[in-house]
Design a binder for this molecule. Sequence first.
Ligand code: SIN
Length: 340
Amino acid sequence: MKKQLHKGLKSFLAVGVAAGLILGAASLAAAGGPIKIRFSHVVAPTTPKGRAADMFARLANERLKGKVEVQVFPNSQLYTDKKVLDALSSGSVEMAAPSTAKFTSWVPQLQLFDLPFMFKNRKVLYQTMDGEVGKKMFKLLGKKNMLGLAMWDNGFKQIGNNIREIRKPEDLAGIKFRIMSSKVLEAQFKIVGANPQVMPFSEVYSALEQGVIDGQENTWSNIYSKKFNEVQKYITETNHGYLGYLVVTNAQFWNHLPTDVRTELENIMKEVTAWIRENAYKINQDMKQKVIEAGKTKVTVLTEAEKEAFRKAFKPVQAQFRDVIGGEFIDAVNALNAKN
Ligand code: SIN
């Protein structure tokens, strides 16, 4: 009974909020003021996502001058990624681009993208995003009143820590690693005897500095732009898992935008998505070079045989999450892996 009342209240609030959002957009438009779009994210403006969000805002503000005003809030200025999804549904922000891992409690199937060594190469990744799998994932988001506008790229993750150089999976045992809130990432570290700990991105630097955690996994661009290399003795280039984003908005808000505005924003989103695909890899490589040049951490590059040992160690995570993620999704990616 209590549960039902709670559910009822939740839907009531959702409808109220949705109505507020629609009225908000409509009344602003009617009053002649630009429709405000707040885009909240957690990374630095120099990263692939940071640059893409700024590009989206710049193009929207130029091409829809007077109609739309996009403002980007980077570096968790407004919300951490987990909280931003609530903020999006309550209308406190209009756009966000959390990593797939941050959707775990909303759309657990999206953890497909977190599975270690799931994607053979970038080609498979893009074919997955653009094909049936991507379309179905977007549909799942729709059920939560979120609208997926695009998938944005960052890159593959590396493993850093302060305890020892990592050359083989056994080296990870006993190390306390910060992870994003994904059960897949938790399993990935547990399977090799490490201790995963969920923590917002904004707290990682000080947690490393103060020894609250021993290590973390992230892309070169996130590592360098947040100076994680300055508070970690060792980083191993494992490329073991992917970090990518879903650009999301509130479906009610988006669908009630004037048609010309919505169409132009969707066109701009396509342009920015093409840009990030072309540039994310290069940005990460540049930042890897900067980490090496800074000389504050030992960077270890694995041989093919060493990489294979990590592949083998992490492989059982795929089977472990088959039911949660959906066998059809995992099989579809493996079919692409076989073809490419
Ligand atoms: C991000 O790239 O948005 C942050 C990823 C993280 O939380 O590690």
